[in-house]
Design a protein around this ligand. Structure first.
Ligand code: GLY
Length: 317
């Protein structure tokens, strides 16, 4: 028997002071939801689904309702869920009519011989398996319409500065507006049977080209889980993470002698050194050891086990 634990993130970026409370409360609620599932004996897979669904339902984050708008002014969502015990995975990309893409991803994992569905095909598959389809306008917030209009006026095209706003080491670029950003969410969990799982969900980058898919929903890039290594979920500028197959790169480095606590910062250092990447990662292994790191000014995180719950908007605090 293992001691269950869940760890979640709510995006790595320059979270403004006045948004910190909402982010911290949001990740705490998600960790609570995942924890309650684990405490009732649910699998780690179920726990990460529940935690990420809570984050998708929270307008604060760039996932589900309240996500960034793409260049067409529509919300287009990606999500992945993966089971470390079986290496089964389910992913959806470019979906516009699902309130909780992570639940559709779970259905793909459970019910399909395939692993990944996109756009109308993903929505049709979800609908055929009992998930209601909604109008895209139900996912769009007035706040995001304003943000999107400002971005269009400034001809903003999803540049890395979106994720890096406020970072001292970045050279100032007058052509790259320092937009307020909010980002991807994710969770990793360990259940009582000793199995780990991971899930990641996102609206992607502000004003992205329709059809653009980032790291979050791609196996091994923004999400990965393998009982033999670790469970990982990432947040941040997706393109560098995709090139490095970043979540799997990090998970593969976890071993009895290399705990997630050391691997997480080493992974972020690697991301930055190789491709000037910016973002964050959460990691968990079967021993219940956790690791977190980010090279953005802030990252919302929370974890919970039977004895403790902790959260913050920077790690280490
Ligand atoms: N990490 C989110 C994205 O780039 O889509």
């Amino acid at each position: 028997m293992s001691e269950p634990i869940i760890l979640v993130h709510g995006g790595a970026w320059a979270i403004p002071d006045d948004a910190c409370q909402a982010h911290q409360q949001g990740v705490e609620m998600a960790a609570d939801a995942g924890w309650h599932a684990l405490a009732k004996g649910a699998s780690s897979l179920q726990a990460v689904e529940e935690a990420v669904a809570v984050l998708e339902d929270n307008d604060t984050f760039d996932s589900g309702r309240g996500a960034f708008l793409n260049r067409d002014g529509r919300v287009q969502l990606d999500a992945l869920i993966m089971d470390g015990a079986t290496l089964k995975a389910g992913g959806v990309g470019c979906v516009e009519r699902l309130r909780n893409p992570v639940r559709a991803a779970r259905v793909v994992l459970e019910k399909s011989p395939h692993i990944y569905f996109v756009a109308e095909g993903a929505e049709r598959f979800a609908s055929e398996h009992g998930i209601p389809l909604i109008d895209n306008s139900e996912l769009v917030l007035p706040r995001e319409v304003e943000r999107w209009k400002n971005a269009a006026e400034q001809r903003y095209l999803s540049v890395p500065a979106e994720f890096a706003g406020g970072l001292a080491e970045l050279e100032a670029d007058d052509q790259s507006p320092q937009f307020d950003s909010h980002d991807t969410v994710g969770a990793v969990a360990l259940d009582a049977k000793g199995n780990i799982a991971a899930a990641t969900s996102t609206g992607g980058t502000l004003n992205k080209a329709p059809g653009r898919v980032g790291d979050s929903s791609l196996i091994g890039c923004g999400c990965y889980a393998d009982n033999e290594s670790a469970a990982a979920s990432t947040t941040g500028w997706g393109e560098p993470m995709m090139k490095l197959v970043f979540a799997k790169w990090a998970a593969d480095r976890v071993s009895p002698d290399m705990p997630p606590e050391l691997v997480a910062p080493a992974s972020i250092e690697y991301l930055h050194r190789r491709l000037n990447g910016h973002g964050g990662i959460i990691l968990l292994d079967r021993r219940g050891r956790i690791g977190m790191a980010h090279n953005t000014p802030r990252m919302a995180w929370a974890w919970r086990n039977n004895a403790q719950h902790k959260s913050g908007v920077r790690y280490p605090g």
